[in-house]
Design a protein around this ligand. Structure first.
Ligand code: ADP
Ligand code: MG
Length: 244
């Protein structure tokens, strides 16, 4: 089997006395979309922040492209990127200008070419000169995803990329993500509260609850192992069962 893109071993994060992430281990295989799901506070964002080196783990190890994240952070991040609904773009810049800023930050070669390509893929050519502050949330998400591809990453970390989108735009975004994966072979870690979306888009899912992995596998296998009809039902069983 090919080497994993990401290999996380017994990753743990305490915020003071709160154990936000509890001995989590998993691998992201090349070309795979791995979905994290779980109720609010399950630890999804904290794990993504640790994968980006934004939060320091309390213990455990993270390897990306076979390299230790702690020792090779900038090298790894050159070939990774992320997007989150909650990341804000510079409001007074136009769509094109904001992509230019990120192209500079990543020292992208042939910037104009790359930006034109992304504007085309995300169907934003007509709004290239529109200021970010005037964009709808659907367009901001598209811009966020375009930004995430600016450095032609090998791995993408997407934290709730479809959270603020209406169903139609969310569907288009999913189609785009599948295309990105298929055409570019990018490996993706993804979080969402939309169970149907998870089922549709993920090759494998990891179900987190209170910082622990409580189920994982192919969506259909997880559903079957819980003898449920779909992930939504599994989610409700796990989330409620824990409280009972
Ligand atoms: N910077 C922080 N300081 C203290 N507690 C935090 C911080 N970030 C997250 N937490 C806590 O860690 C837990 C996991 O949060 P988070 O990773 O955001 O969950 P999720 O993304 O699954 O909703 C929550 O209980 C949250 O309140
Ligand atoms: Mg979160």
């Amino acid at each position: 089997m090919a080497d994993p893109i990401v290999e996380v071993t017994r990753l743990t994060k305490f915020f003071k006395t709160l154990k936000a992430v509890d001995e989590v281990s998993f691998r992201l295989e090349p070309g795979e979309i791995l979905g994290f799901l779980g109720p609010n506070g399950a630890g999804k964002t904290t794990i993504i922040h640790m994968l980006l080196g934004l939060t320091t783990p309390t213990s455990g190890s993270i390897k990306v492209f076979g390299l230790d994240l702690e020792k090779h952070r900038s090298e790894i991040l050159q070939q990774a990127n992320f997007s989150s609904t909650y990341v804000s773009m510079p409001y007074s810049l136009t769509v094109k200008e904001s992509l230019e800023v990120f192209a500079w930050l990543y020292d992208v070669r042939r910037k104009e070419e790359k930006i034109s390509e992304l504007l085309r893929i995300f169907e934003m050519e007509g709004i290239r000169n529109k200021e970010v502050r005037h964009l709808s949330s659907g367009l901001i998400t598209r811009l966020n995803l375009a930004k995430a591809l600016i450095n032609s990453p090998k791995v993408l970390f997407l934290d709730e990329p479809t959270a603020s989108l209406d169903p139609d735009i969310a569907d288009k975004t999913r189609t785009l993500l599948r295309r990105i994966k298929k055409e570019r072979g990018i490996s993706i870690i993804y979080t969402s509260h939309n169970m149907k979306e998870m089922e549709e888009i993920s090759d494998r899912i990891i179900f987190l609850h209170k910082g622990r992995i409580i189920a994982s596998g192919k969506p259909a296998d997880v559903v079957q192992s819980f003898r449920r009809q779909n992930l939504e039902e599994v989610f409700l069983q796990l989330a409620r069962g824990e409280k009972a």
